[in-house]
Design a protein around this ligand. Sequence first.
Ligand code: ZN
Ligand code: MN
Length: 455
Amino acid sequence: MFPRIGLEVHVELNTKSKMFCPCPVGEWEEPNVAVCPICLAHPGSLPVPNRTAVIFALSLGLALKGEISRISHFYRKNYFYPDLPKGYQITQYSVPIVRNAWILGKRIERINLEEETAKSLHLEDGTVLLDFNRAGIPLLEIVFAPEISSPEEAKEVLRALQSTVRYLGISGADMEKGQFRVDVNVSVSASRETFGTKVEIKNLNSFKAIADAIEYEIKRQSEIIMGGGKVIQETRMWNGKETEPMRTKETESDYRYFPEPDIPPLLVDESMIEEAKVLIKEMPWEKEERYISLGVPKNLAKIIAYDLELSQTFDSLRGVNPKRWAEYLVNVIVGRLNQKGKTLREFDVGGFGKLLEKVEKGEILEEYLKVAVQKNIFEGVPFERLIEEAPKPVEIDLESLVDELIKNNPQQVEKYKKGQKGVVGFFVGQIMKDLRGKVDPKRVSDVVVKKLEES
Ligand code: ZN
Ligand code: MN
């Protein structure tokens, strides 16, 4: 069975004003306070496209090496729903602002500029309340080619896309706030050459839900096909355990798309391209490469590079060993902060950096680092004090200790010379028996190997 997965992502842009009117974009406690005749669709009101939203769309298109349309068009997508007072949504159709962009080697067919609907609140007694603060917020609709073949791959490109819009600074892309919404379509076919029937899945509000729903749907469709049945084209909803039918899918002709007569063609000039380029700094995939070239292990480089906050934290500390810093950041600091319910912003990176420098100069033992992080995060002990309190490595004449040990254990030395390298562990163990916590085992091992080679 060959699954084909397509993704459609809606990203809310964090412009100051809405897509077609001057109403402010923000988070409001009161409903229906950021509204005007345009976003309430009063007759005779005229939409004017938001230039910043256009530049944001261009920045994503350029960052993802897409084809920019110098002329694109707005269309009306007609459907009736209470959260859509005009009875249509202004979106793009025949020519979107960006085509054929790429992320992690996966193709994005189109990026459309469009507008957000109002937010509806369904009460238990059946009443529906509407909040138009959200109506008209600029949206990017990002449509992937159905060329993704597994839930893991889907999750990976979505994470990369979320990270990209955050790097560009064009969206908070917070899934819980609905700023980054994903619909998935899945089809399964018995051969690579043919296409199966597409099923769309909605109501996916976490990466886990996305991956679980895809996996469930591949299995469901595969079973239908293997049992000789036919998959129905429909929209299904993820309920946390399985997908369930929602409605049969509208076909494109149901929307009666036609050009928006109130907005002239959208022209992209050189100055807009230049402004969009300014937003493109070092992108996550470039950071990943840079980290790897600094000696950071691949898996850690990826984790840090694709997380804006982590990478900013990582970059804020220079002059220390990048590999060690990456390991402590990801494997120790983040974990302890999570346990304590704290964020990275609350962590004293500079203080930790000073401690790390002392460790690298050999003034403090490395094994103290974990203890210090623990005390800092859980007990609030400042790094300055932790540095003062750190047990100092005692001055030990390691070389003569090892010389002595080698002299007293000639059989072990013979074994080493015959190729039994495990003997190093015996010598290190003997030394550490007395000096645990006072000397770095790695240093002991280095001296032992050196002396054995010389003997
Ligand atoms: Zn408005
Ligand atoms: Mn849309």
